[in-house]
Ligand binder design. Sequence first.
Ligand code: BGC
Length: 490
Amino acid sequence: MVGLGPKRKPSRKGSMADVPKTLLEEIQNLEDIFTVDADRLKLVTEHFVSELKAGLEKDGQNIPMNPTWCMAFPDGNEQGTFLALDMGGTNLRVCEITLTEEKGEFDIIQSKYRMPEELKTGTAEELWEYIADCLQQFIEYHHEDGDLTALPLGFTFSYPATQDFIDHGVLQRWTKGFDISGVEGNDVVPQFQAALDARGLPVKLAALINDTTGTLIASAYTDQTMRVGCIFGTGCNAAYMENCGSIPKLKHLNLPPDTPMAINCEYGAFDNEHKVLPITKYDTIIDETSPRPGQQAFEKMVAGLYLGEIFRLVLVDLHENKNLLFEGQDISKLKKPYTLDASFLAHIEEDPFENLQETQDKFEDELKINASKPELELCRRLAELIGTRAARLSACGVAAICKKTGTESCHVGADGSVFTKYPHFKARGAVALREILDWPKGKKDPIVMLPSEDGSGVGAALIAALTLKRIKEGNIAGVRNVQKYDIWMK
Ligand code: BGC
């Protein structure tokens, strides 16, 4: 291993043998800028705890810490039929969920629709029309005979929203590359409901939900030790249960201090001032060229939407400015922003061949680039570095919530394409948690992140069910118009 210090290990033994010195030096450089060591993780976590606390103190902080008016964990005995609509970054999903008599069980029918790319930069009207169309199609398909009476709907809207009520949500800002005019600063519920009413659809929104809160509640439905719900997908974020007494910004509402309240942290916005995050010049380009510069600093380093783009920016830089890669080749395909997504990196990391044949084929097929073996080695190491940095930084958010709440052992339910599909993400995150929280070696990890797929559907139904239940019991905190819920109160 020419030129690499004694502590640095190559990703695969002996694989760097033919890599020329200039590329080795560049690999070393990339390792230096993308590696986040244990001390930095601890520093990031400490600052994270202080930002979580600041967000609970008052509005307008980096991490918004949005109260969600989801005020209980499920006990597994929830029942009823609900509609759930999940507007994600990539897909729109409509589900009908029946929480059955058997504890913790449910039946589900669902349809998936693609969120058209052009919708993401269109107008509010186009967005709500499209969503209402999908919902209409779902109802017509599954209830041909018109046998549907106003079902309560849980709408999973996975963007930062201020909720003064459970059926209210003022969009703070678009994230994940969305830039739809006419929504930021407005309550999305009346806009959405108006589109449904205009079509005469028998659907009324009972609860507006974040995907993290949905994940928290869905995973707690079958596992009572779940304390945090996370998404590591196109975006990243987490939700957890706080006591109302520990939310100073809600003091004026005089809520019982020991009543739980799910908090949608919106921690993708952590450290927007870049006080502790190890920002590289590539992260800066991502931020500056995004529709919302200066926002979602943490998310832009760890979420799936950005991993492929970080990788792409490095390769273009090494080709254009350092003349280190793909010399004399046409890299026009690679030059297109956001042309690579996280699955491209995942494939590279999963390439089982010593000569990185599959990676070479991918470069050839998708980018029309003929990469040499040493170049492929650099790409492989770069993918590992970017994927590892994301997983390790992700652990800081989870560690910070556990530190803030004094939770020493629990399960953390996680969903999202990066968590479920990106190679080694779970294991790398677990190693980082161990380093941050200084757990003794050789013992079982007290805090474990577990896959919790499908929070958006079941979680939304459960939150709608929990809302109806508490209204019946007389807890109308965060309910704007109790009469609206009368139709479901039988
Ligand atoms: C959004 C969050 C969401 C997360 C994961 C972020 O961009 O702001 O509301 O929970 O993505 O989908």
